[in-house]
Ligand binder design. Structure first.
Ligand SMILES: [Zn+2]
Length: 178
């Protein structure tokens, strides 16, 4: 129903690292039950007809993110800030152009990232293996590294939790040797 990358985003949301999650629902047949279960946790989902979904703990924030995302004006900076991305990285995307995101993301592989910065590897993000959900502004972006380290600590702390263990062990293994 949701793409594998939703696991990365929702883990950061659960850990309190990200204020909101934005994703796209592929199969809308069970959307009602899915949204009900999100609401029952006290979270505020907002979705549109194209299947875009925003979840945060505040209805106004969810609505605002959806509105900004749908705007035809350049909005990478403000959207990035609302989604909890570092200011330097949001500004980088604003200047590079949002159309370049996928191409830029491909560069963040182990080959280009040194030492601890290998935690910024987003080459498997779409498959749900990553510790950050944005494109960093450089191979040595410290605020992005902080987010990645916080996510990894959360994964390690809760790796035995029911429903979380499978994904957590994949993450722990992939990022075991930074
Ligand atoms: Zn940055």
């Amino acid at each position: 129903m949701v793409p594998p990358s939703f696991k990365v985003d929702s883990c950061q949301f659960l850990a309190g690292i990200k204020p909101a999650v934005r994703t796209r629902i592929k199969n809308r047949s069970n959307i009602k039950i899915f949204l009900q279960s999100i609401s029952s946790l006290g979270w505020c989902p907002v979705h549109d007809k194209s299947g875009f979904l925003v979840i945060s703990k505040n209805k106004e924030l969810s609505r605002m993110i959806m509105e900004v995302d749908q705007s035809s004006l350049p909005h990478a900076m403000i959207l990035g800030r609302l989604l909890g991305y570092p200011e330097c990285c949001s500004s980088f995307i604003e200047h590079s152009g949002e159309d370049e995101i996928d191409k830029l993301a491909e560069e963040y592989t182990r080959t280009n990232l040194k030492d601890h910065y290998s935690l910024l590897d987003i080459s498997l993000y779409l498959k749900g293996i990553a510790l950050i959900s944005h494109v960093p502004c450089s191979y040595e972006c410290k605020p992005s590294l902080d987010i990645a380290q916080q996510t990894l600590s959360f994964v390690k702390e809760y790796k035995k939790a029911t429903g979380f263990a499978g994904w957590a062990s994949l993450i722990a293994e992939y990022f075991s040797d930074p």
